[in-house]
Write a protein that binds this ligand. Structure first.
Ligand code: FE2
Ligand code: FE2
Length: 288
Protein backbone atom coordinates (compact mmCIF):
# COMPACT_ATOMS: atom_id res chain seq x y z
CA UNK A 1 0.00 0.00 0.00
CA UNK A 2 1.18 3.47 -0.81
CA UNK A 3 1.88 5.30 2.43
CA UNK A 4 3.27 8.56 1.09
CA UNK A 5 2.73 10.49 -2.11
CA UNK A 6 5.71 11.71 -4.15
CA UNK A 7 5.61 15.15 -2.55
CA UNK A 8 4.89 14.23 1.10
CA UNK A 9 8.18 15.44 2.55
CA UNK A 10 8.72 14.96 6.30
CA UNK A 11 9.90 17.82 8.53
CA UNK A 12 13.27 16.73 9.83
CA UNK A 13 15.89 18.61 11.84
CA UNK A 14 18.53 20.17 9.60
CA UNK A 15 21.59 17.87 9.58
CA UNK A 16 24.96 19.25 10.73
CA UNK A 17 26.45 18.79 7.27
CA UNK A 18 25.55 17.61 3.79
CA UNK A 19 27.85 14.58 4.20
CA UNK A 20 26.06 13.65 7.46
CA UNK A 21 22.71 13.96 5.69
CA UNK A 22 23.99 11.68 2.92
CA UNK A 23 25.15 9.05 5.40
CA UNK A 24 21.80 9.23 7.19
CA UNK A 25 19.99 8.48 3.91
CA UNK A 26 22.44 5.69 3.05
CA UNK A 27 22.05 3.97 6.44
CA UNK A 28 18.22 4.14 6.42
CA UNK A 29 16.75 0.79 5.30
CA UNK A 30 13.03 1.52 4.88
CA UNK A 31 12.34 2.79 1.36
CA UNK A 32 9.71 5.39 2.29
CA UNK A 33 11.87 6.68 5.14
CA UNK A 34 14.94 6.75 2.89
CA UNK A 35 13.13 8.67 0.14
CA UNK A 36 11.52 11.01 2.71
CA UNK A 37 14.95 11.87 4.11
CA UNK A 38 16.35 12.31 0.62
CA UNK A 39 13.66 14.87 -0.22
CA UNK A 40 13.81 16.63 3.18
CA UNK A 41 17.60 17.01 3.16
CA UNK A 42 17.54 18.21 -0.45
CA UNK A 43 15.03 20.88 0.57
CA UNK A 44 17.27 21.92 3.49
CA UNK A 45 20.31 22.18 1.19
CA UNK A 46 18.44 24.25 -1.39
CA UNK A 47 17.07 26.56 1.33
CA UNK A 48 20.55 27.14 2.74
CA UNK A 49 21.95 27.91 -0.69
CA UNK A 50 19.09 30.31 -1.48
CA UNK A 51 19.65 32.13 1.83
CA UNK A 52 23.37 32.48 1.08
CA UNK A 53 24.14 30.36 4.15
CA UNK A 54 24.84 26.88 2.74
CA UNK A 55 24.90 23.88 5.00
CA UNK A 56 28.58 22.86 5.33
CA UNK A 57 29.57 19.96 3.07
CA UNK A 58 31.56 18.41 5.95
CA UNK A 59 32.83 14.87 6.09
CA UNK A 60 31.24 11.59 7.13
CA UNK A 61 32.05 7.97 6.32
CA UNK A 62 29.49 6.38 3.99
CA UNK A 63 28.85 2.64 4.42
CA UNK A 64 30.40 0.37 1.77
CA UNK A 65 26.84 -0.75 0.97
CA UNK A 66 23.65 1.18 1.74
CA UNK A 67 20.99 -0.16 4.10
CA UNK A 68 18.06 -1.74 2.26
CA UNK A 69 14.68 -3.12 3.35
CA UNK A 70 14.32 -6.84 4.16
CA UNK A 71 12.17 -7.16 1.01
CA UNK A 72 12.69 -7.40 -1.95
CA UNK A 73 14.81 -10.50 -1.87
CA UNK A 74 17.95 -9.76 -3.90
CA UNK A 75 18.88 -12.40 -6.45
CA UNK A 76 21.64 -12.93 -8.97
CA UNK A 77 20.38 -11.27 -12.19
CA UNK A 78 20.29 -14.66 -13.94
CA UNK A 79 17.84 -15.93 -11.33
CA UNK A 80 15.41 -12.99 -11.48
CA UNK A 81 12.38 -14.40 -13.37
CA UNK A 82 11.64 -12.74 -16.71
CA UNK A 83 8.03 -11.98 -17.58
CA UNK A 84 6.53 -10.80 -20.83
CA UNK A 85 5.60 -7.10 -20.73
CA UNK A 86 2.43 -7.92 -22.70
CA UNK A 87 0.80 -9.32 -19.56
CA UNK A 88 -0.32 -7.51 -16.42
CA UNK A 89 2.17 -9.59 -14.38
CA UNK A 90 4.88 -8.55 -16.83
CA UNK A 91 4.05 -4.86 -16.44
CA UNK A 92 4.11 -5.19 -12.65
CA UNK A 93 7.51 -6.90 -12.90
CA UNK A 94 8.79 -4.12 -15.15
CA UNK A 95 7.60 -1.37 -12.75
CA UNK A 96 9.06 -3.29 -9.83
CA UNK A 97 12.43 -3.43 -11.58
CA UNK A 98 12.22 0.34 -12.24
CA UNK A 99 11.39 1.00 -8.57
CA UNK A 100 14.48 -0.98 -7.60
CA UNK A 101 16.65 1.06 -9.97
CA UNK A 102 15.23 4.33 -8.60
CA UNK A 103 15.86 3.37 -4.97
CA UNK A 104 19.38 2.34 -5.87
CA UNK A 105 19.83 5.67 -7.65
CA UNK A 106 18.83 7.59 -4.48
CA UNK A 107 21.71 5.87 -2.72
CA UNK A 108 24.11 6.33 -5.64
CA UNK A 109 23.62 10.09 -5.69
CA UNK A 110 24.00 10.51 -1.91
CA UNK A 111 27.02 8.21 -2.04
CA UNK A 112 28.87 10.38 -4.57
CA UNK A 113 28.20 13.36 -2.26
CA UNK A 114 29.61 11.69 0.88
CA UNK A 115 32.36 9.52 -0.59
CA UNK A 116 34.49 12.06 -2.41
CA UNK A 117 34.55 15.02 -0.01
CA UNK A 118 38.35 14.85 -0.01
CA UNK A 119 38.29 16.03 -3.65
CA UNK A 120 37.72 19.80 -3.58
CA UNK A 121 34.73 20.58 -5.79
CA UNK A 122 32.69 23.74 -6.42
CA UNK A 123 29.38 23.91 -4.53
CA UNK A 124 27.60 23.47 -7.86
CA UNK A 125 28.76 19.83 -7.83
CA UNK A 126 26.75 19.30 -4.64
CA UNK A 127 23.77 21.30 -5.97
CA UNK A 128 23.57 18.92 -8.93
CA UNK A 129 23.77 15.63 -7.00
CA UNK A 130 21.40 16.84 -4.29
CA UNK A 131 18.88 17.72 -7.00
CA UNK A 132 19.40 14.32 -8.65
CA UNK A 133 18.98 12.51 -5.30
CA UNK A 134 15.77 14.45 -4.64
CA UNK A 135 14.44 13.55 -8.08
CA UNK A 136 15.29 9.86 -7.65
CA UNK A 137 13.34 9.81 -4.38
CA UNK A 138 10.39 11.34 -6.22
CA UNK A 139 10.80 8.78 -9.03
CA UNK A 140 10.74 5.92 -6.55
CA UNK A 141 7.52 7.23 -5.06
CA UNK A 142 5.91 7.82 -8.47
CA UNK A 143 6.71 4.25 -9.49
CA UNK A 144 5.52 2.96 -6.08
CA UNK A 145 2.20 4.71 -6.68
CA UNK A 146 2.04 2.97 -10.07
CA UNK A 147 2.68 -0.39 -8.41
CA UNK A 148 -0.05 0.37 -5.84
CA UNK A 149 -2.50 1.19 -8.65
CA UNK A 150 -1.83 -2.33 -9.99
CA UNK A 151 -2.29 -3.98 -6.58
CA UNK A 152 1.42 -4.50 -5.93
CA UNK A 153 4.22 -2.82 -4.00
CA UNK A 154 8.01 -2.57 -3.89
CA UNK A 155 9.23 -5.74 -2.17
CA UNK A 156 6.52 -8.00 -3.62
CA UNK A 157 8.94 -9.51 -6.16
CA UNK A 158 12.61 -10.41 -6.18
CA UNK A 159 15.10 -7.84 -7.49
CA UNK A 160 18.54 -7.63 -9.04
CA UNK A 161 21.40 -8.06 -6.53
CA UNK A 162 24.19 -6.56 -8.63
CA UNK A 163 23.14 -2.91 -8.56
CA UNK A 164 25.74 -1.65 -6.11
CA UNK A 165 28.67 -3.26 -7.91
CA UNK A 166 29.48 -0.12 -9.92
CA UNK A 167 29.61 1.94 -6.72
CA UNK A 168 31.94 -0.47 -4.96
CA UNK A 169 34.25 -0.77 -7.95
CA UNK A 170 34.60 3.01 -8.20
CA UNK A 171 34.61 3.82 -4.45
CA UNK A 172 38.07 5.39 -4.74
CA UNK A 173 37.87 6.97 -8.16
CA UNK A 174 35.56 9.95 -8.69
CA UNK A 175 36.26 10.11 -12.43
CA UNK A 176 35.49 6.37 -12.66
CA UNK A 177 32.28 6.86 -10.69
CA UNK A 178 31.12 9.68 -12.99
CA UNK A 179 31.94 7.51 -16.00
CA UNK A 180 30.09 4.38 -14.94
CA UNK A 181 27.08 5.72 -13.03
CA UNK A 182 25.68 8.77 -14.83
CA UNK A 183 27.48 8.45 -18.18
CA UNK A 184 26.99 4.69 -18.75
CA UNK A 185 24.17 3.39 -16.53
CA UNK A 186 21.91 6.45 -16.42
CA UNK A 187 22.57 7.12 -20.13
CA UNK A 188 21.38 3.55 -20.79
CA UNK A 189 18.15 4.55 -19.02
CA UNK A 190 17.65 7.23 -21.70
CA UNK A 191 17.95 4.50 -24.37
CA UNK A 192 15.34 2.16 -22.88
CA UNK A 193 12.75 4.45 -21.26
CA UNK A 194 10.82 5.38 -24.46
CA UNK A 195 10.11 1.65 -25.04
CA UNK A 196 8.81 1.34 -21.47
CA UNK A 197 6.56 4.37 -21.91
CA UNK A 198 5.14 2.70 -25.05
CA UNK A 199 4.29 -0.47 -23.09
CA UNK A 200 2.13 1.50 -20.62
CA UNK A 201 0.63 3.62 -23.37
CA UNK A 202 -0.54 0.44 -25.08
CA UNK A 203 -2.00 -0.90 -21.85
CA UNK A 204 -3.87 2.43 -21.39
CA UNK A 205 -2.33 3.36 -18.05
CA UNK A 206 -1.92 7.14 -18.47
CA UNK A 207 -0.81 7.78 -14.87
CA UNK A 208 2.10 5.40 -15.26
CA UNK A 209 2.94 6.93 -18.66
CA UNK A 210 2.99 10.37 -16.99
CA UNK A 211 5.27 9.10 -14.19
CA UNK A 212 7.70 7.59 -16.69
CA UNK A 213 7.69 10.80 -18.72
CA UNK A 214 8.75 12.77 -15.62
CA UNK A 215 11.53 10.24 -15.05
CA UNK A 216 12.63 10.37 -18.70
CA UNK A 217 12.84 14.18 -18.70
CA UNK A 218 14.72 14.42 -15.40
CA UNK A 219 17.19 11.64 -16.17
CA UNK A 220 18.61 13.72 -19.03
CA UNK A 221 19.73 16.14 -16.32
CA UNK A 222 21.50 13.42 -14.33
CA UNK A 223 23.50 12.30 -17.35
CA UNK A 224 24.29 15.96 -18.06
CA UNK A 225 25.59 16.47 -14.49
CA UNK A 226 27.82 13.43 -14.99
CA UNK A 227 29.16 14.74 -18.24
CA UNK A 228 29.64 18.28 -16.84
CA UNK A 229 31.72 17.18 -13.82
CA UNK A 230 33.57 14.52 -15.81
CA UNK A 231 34.72 17.19 -18.25
CA UNK A 232 35.52 19.55 -15.39
CA UNK A 233 37.80 17.00 -13.72
CA UNK A 234 39.46 16.04 -17.01
CA UNK A 235 40.18 19.74 -17.53
CA UNK A 236 41.57 20.12 -14.02
CA UNK A 237 44.01 17.25 -14.64
CA UNK A 238 44.70 18.11 -18.30
CA UNK A 239 43.32 14.76 -19.48
CA UNK A 240 41.66 14.12 -22.82
CA UNK A 241 37.95 13.52 -21.99
CA UNK A 242 37.17 11.04 -24.77
CA UNK A 243 40.27 8.91 -24.19
CA UNK A 244 39.75 9.01 -20.42
CA UNK A 245 36.14 7.94 -20.84
CA UNK A 246 37.10 4.97 -23.02
CA UNK A 247 39.83 3.87 -20.60
CA UNK A 248 37.55 4.17 -17.56
CA UNK A 249 34.62 2.29 -19.14
CA UNK A 250 37.01 -0.52 -20.08
CA UNK A 251 38.41 -0.56 -16.57
CA UNK A 252 35.21 -0.41 -14.53
CA UNK A 253 32.33 -1.51 -16.73
CA UNK A 254 32.01 -5.17 -17.59
CA UNK A 255 30.66 -5.81 -21.04
CA UNK A 256 30.23 -3.76 -24.19
CA UNK A 257 27.76 -0.88 -24.52
CA UNK A 258 24.57 -1.89 -26.29
CA UNK A 259 22.96 -0.02 -29.15
CA UNK A 260 20.46 1.25 -30.13
CA UNK A 261 21.44 4.49 -28.40
CA UNK A 262 19.17 7.45 -27.84
CA UNK A 263 21.54 9.77 -29.66
CA UNK A 264 19.25 12.77 -29.36
CA UNK A 265 18.91 12.66 -25.56
CA UNK A 266 22.54 11.65 -25.13
CA UNK A 267 23.51 14.74 -27.13
CA UNK A 268 21.22 16.88 -24.98
CA UNK A 269 23.07 15.49 -21.94
CA UNK A 270 26.49 16.35 -23.40
CA UNK A 271 27.44 12.81 -24.40
CA UNK A 272 28.76 12.83 -28.00
CA UNK A 273 28.69 9.72 -30.25
CA UNK A 274 32.48 9.30 -30.30
CA UNK A 275 32.32 8.61 -26.52
CA UNK A 276 30.04 5.58 -26.74
CA UNK A 277 30.11 4.11 -30.28
CA UNK A 278 33.73 2.87 -30.04
CA UNK A 279 32.73 0.85 -26.92
CA UNK A 280 30.10 -1.21 -28.72
CA UNK A 281 30.87 -4.91 -29.19
CA UNK A 282 33.20 -5.26 -32.17
CA UNK A 283 33.80 -1.50 -32.17
CA UNK A 284 30.93 -0.65 -34.50
CA UNK A 285 31.74 2.38 -36.63
CA UNK A 286 30.07 5.68 -35.90
CA UNK A 287 27.10 6.37 -38.06
CA UNK A 288 27.22 9.22 -40.53
FE1 FE2 B 1 15.43 8.16 -11.68
FE1 FE2 C 1 18.95 9.33 -12.34
Amino acid sequence: MERFGPDDIPDLPCPESLAAAAVDVLTTADAMEKTGKSRAYARAWVAGRAAGAPMPVGQAAPPLRPARPARPELLDPREVPRRRPGSEAGRIALLHAIAHIELNAVDLHWDIIARFTDVPMPLGFYDDWVKAADEEAKHFRLVSAGLASMGSHYGALAAHAGMWRAAEDTAEDLLGRLTVVPMVLEARGLDVTPGMIEIFRKSKQPEIVAALEVIYAEEVGHVAYGSKWFNFLCGRHDRDPKESFHALVRRYFFGALKPPFNEEKRAEAGLPPDFYWPLVEGGAPQRG
